[in-house]
Ligand binder design. Sequence first.
Ligand code: ATP
Ligand code: FE
Length: 335
Amino acid sequence: IYILAIESSCDDTSAAILCNDKVLSNVVATQKIHEEYGGVVPELASRAHQQNIVPVVHRALTRANIDKKQLSAIAFTRGPGLMGSLLVGTSFSKSLALGLNIPLIEVNHMQAHILAHFINEENAEIPQFPFLAMTISGGHTQIVLVKDYFNMEILGETLDDAVGEAFDKSAKLLGLPYPGGPLVDKYAQLGDPRKFKFPKPKVDGLNFSFSGLKTSILYFIQKEVKNNPNFITENLNDICASIQFTIVEILIGKLKKAAKQTGIKTIAIGGGVSANSGIRRALKSSEKDYGWNTFIPKFEYCTDNAAMIGIVGYLKYKDGVFAEPSILAKARYSI
Ligand code: ATP
Ligand code: FE
């Protein structure tokens, strides 16, 4: 079975070809245009998707050495995401499936961030059900009980900002360009994580909150810069390391709570922030500390990519779960 998968929910245009559960190609075109605006501009994102989608799909087919006539189905991200962005991938997929006379498969982007763990990679283990998945991305922060491929229950989620947003907004306060998450990570690796203390939010249960952290970082920076205008440049590594340390402690703390509450020790992470070196390291050392069996996606399957859409497409294809040709994109779409 050959699946063409298309992802266009935010600011990355991506296409992948899978042969069953193996990835043959995974092409991602990241949109640079948003950098100068300090965040994603929805109108510009959909226009860039329109420009990118044909060449990206073409490149995915070429790299996989597959002709479009060999395709068994097309899987696409239906939501959640920016409506204008989703529309580009959705209408492209619908027309191509119609033209090739092959089935269409709709995919929930957040389920895909979790099911990316089922991509068949050499020497990679696959999590056994039931497991806990923490999705940490630009728009979501959730702890999900995964009972089966398509039987998931949200146990907790953020009440305000997503963790990726917390990284990006902190970076912005430090004068770093968008998206700042990867840069905070880069500088954090050179700094002292215990140099500055930031308060951790007090949120009951398995929910999260990150807006207070952002405010306390803002006040801290304003105060220090008043005393020393060069405070940020002189302490950038230590500030980033301290912010990252605080965020990782919050995330691991909630995972510990969820593991205790459910008695489940198989723990997976997904979404863009799972690329973060701090959370990857913390999760690995929790294997010894708490006896967890942890699953961290390969770097390229953390941030938005079509390969994760393709694996969901393959799983649904096997079950014969197809979408109607009249299907519509869905900006708000829970797992
Ligand atoms: P969602 O998946 O919730 O719809 P999204 O698709 O925009 O949102 P992803 O592409 O999954 O989000 O993740 C992007 C986020 O991940 C951004 O906020 C980015 O800063 C963050 N991110 C990526 N790499 C790192 C890193 N190494 N450290 C911290 N944050 C990172
Ligand atoms: Fe995402």
